[in-house]
Design a protein around this ligand. Structure first.
Ligand SMILES: NC(=O)c1ccc[n+]([C@@H]2O[C@H](COP(=O)([O-])OP(=O)(O)OC[C@H]3O[C@@H](n4cnc5c(N)ncnc54)[C@H](O)[C@@H]3O)[C@@H](O)[C@H]2O)c1
Length: 333
């Protein structure tokens, strides 16, 4: 008997890679997942759509009737598997949507909490909540090996930027998660990912596809003024998903708390653009600056000691290799 996974947002960047990592050849696990295609399409799971171990529904996490039908189907399947694990990936995620307070609240906060309540009702053993490193807001780094999960945080507020609504909403989901575990209803944890990217990414405004597409289409890239100083780490979606599965497999780690999941390969955005250009065979790339984003931290550097101490997770994909895969894939299109 394998495990049964119930995954929201399953065709998104994290969800579709989870499908590939869970349904490796010979696995007896089963996935039941849904997505409303807000930011993805069925193409991302094309390689498993005819797999008997994968059931997909075009459902909206905010639609009560659809969520009821999903719950009934999970209940029907549950008895045939040794363990039921809920993973919440559905969210309004991308940068421009961060400013949409009503949408992010409905899907990211209310949707998460309803999905958690469903998991508890159907008797799931575990719930993994995808949160975000955006919660660190203005405290996104320090010089002592990166910001830790237990550090106090200083957030920008609505006076500074509506963008913070995304981060505060995600922070609230961490409280729901902790409460559910502390009151003995389920095991689980929240994960703060930092800047996940994928060679299959569909969203052209994310920084890596944006840089590569700009060089390809215009021979130059126009970055925000913030990029003159900003540095980031980038986490390949292979590694974000292997972290989800490592935590889900480690009962002792599912204590309701939060885990940073990131790499420590920090790079300035200018150097990222130069690196992409050199990999694309462009000497002396043209890099221009225009526009400014309020309340954008200059650095985002996370300590991952906690997850590394409690699980065997380590990031496996270097930025160098990940960028090679992105460039090969984006230029193929
Ligand atoms: N990508 C990153 O850099 C990053 C960083 C930190 C945290 N996260 C978190 O990781 C999780 C997964 O993000 P991702 O990178 O896979 O993003 P994604 O946008 O690729 O995936 C999210 C999926 O949720 C779906 N969705 C949105 N609204 C929905 C709704 N109402 N009902 C059903 N499905 C809905 C989208 O269509 C999409 O397929 C999210 O919780 C996100 O906040 C991502």
């Amino acid at each position: 008997m394998g495990k049964l996974y119930a995954i929201s947002g399953v065709t998104g960047m994290t969800g579709n890679e989870l499908v590939r990592q869970i349904l490796v050849d010979g696995s007896t696990d089963h996935i039941i997942g849904f997505d409303n295609f807000y930011a993805s399409s069925i193409d991302t799971v094309a390689d498993h759509i005819d797999d008997d171990r994968f059931e997909f529904f075009e459902y909206d996490i905010n639609n009560k009737d659809q969520m009821h039908d999903f719950e009934v189907r999970v209940s029907d399947l549950k008895g045939s598997y040794e363990e039921l694990i809920y993973i919440n990936c559905a969210a309004v995620v991308h940068t421009e949507h961060f400013y949409h307070v009503y949408e992010t609240f409905e899907t990211n906060v209310e949707g998460m909490n309803s999905f958690l309540e469903q998991a508890i009702r159907v008797g799931a053993q575990k719930f993994i909540n995808c949160s975000t490193s955006e919660v660190y807001s203005m405290n996104s780094w320090n010089e002592n090996g990166g910001v830790k999960e237990s550090d106090y945080i200083t957030m920008a507020i609505a006076e500074h930027s509506q963008r913070t609504s995304y981060a505060t909403g995600k922070l609230l989901t961490e409280f729901f998660m902790k409460d559910a575990v502390d009151t003995g209803k389920i095991k689980g944890c929240s994960i703060r990912f930092a800047n996940v990217y994928s060679k299959d990414e569909r969203y052209p405004k994310h920084i890596i596809p944006f840089i590569i597409n700009s060089f390809r289409d215009n021979g130059k890239v126009v970055l925000l003024e913030n990029s003159r100083k900003n540095k980031r780490t980038f986490l390949n979606n292979y590694d974000s998903c292997s972290a989800v599965l490592a935590l889900a497999a480690t009962d002792s780690a599912l204590d309701g708390t939060v885990y940073n999941v990131a790499t420590d390969e920090e790079i300035s955005i200018i150097d990222l653009a130069k690196l992409c250009a050199s990999k694309m065979g462009i000497d002396n790339p043209v890099i221009e600056f225009s526009g400014y984003r309020e309340s954008d931290p200059e650095r985002r550097l996370l300590s991952t000691d906690k997850i590394k101490t409690r699980t065997s997770w380590r990031p496996a994909v270097t930025l160098d290799r990940g960028l090679d895969e992105c460039i090969t894939n984006y230029l193929k299109r």
